[in-house]
Design a protein around this ligand. Structure first.
Ligand SMILES: [Zn+2]
Length: 123
């Protein structure tokens, strides 16, 4: 894909409204799923989901979901808490750590989530 097209896509990915969604938002490449239309104005939430889209792209989509699921299950056994297991997934750690930095994706290094695999969990 053309780099400029890719950057334009990542800045404003297509949104699907899913009222029955269990969470506020979810990234399933190439879409961002939101519980309600007004959440598209929540810049923190949108950046969080856009970080996940970049992670999914650089992992060629399917391996992202497999690694995400395995890491979650590993954490669930370790912590015995859905919330702690979810927050400790390396992809979530990168997204939550940077969702308040509007320029994060402009400066993000490829595979940036890996650095969260070797730091202490703060969950
Ligand atoms: Zn997330």
């Amino acid at each position: 894909m053309n780099t400029l097209l890719l950057l334009a896509y990542l800045k404003n990915p297509p949104v699907i409204i899913v009222p029955v969604l269990r969470y506020s938002g979810m990234a399933i490449f190439p879409f961002v799923l939101l519980k309600s239309r007004d959440m598209v104005h929540d810049h923190t939430l949108m950046l969080h989901e856009r970080i996940h889209l970049v992670q999914q792209l650089e992992m060629l989509i399917l391996p992202f979901y497999i690694l995400y699921g395995l890491h979650y299950l590993f954490n669930l056994i370790l912590y015995r808490s859905h919330h702690r297991a979810y927050r400790a997934v390396i992809f979530e750690r990168e997204a939550y750590s940077n969702e308040h930095r509007p320029d994060y994706l402009k400066h993000r290094r490829p595979w940036a989530f890996l650095r969260y695999a070797f730091t202490n969990n703060q969950v």
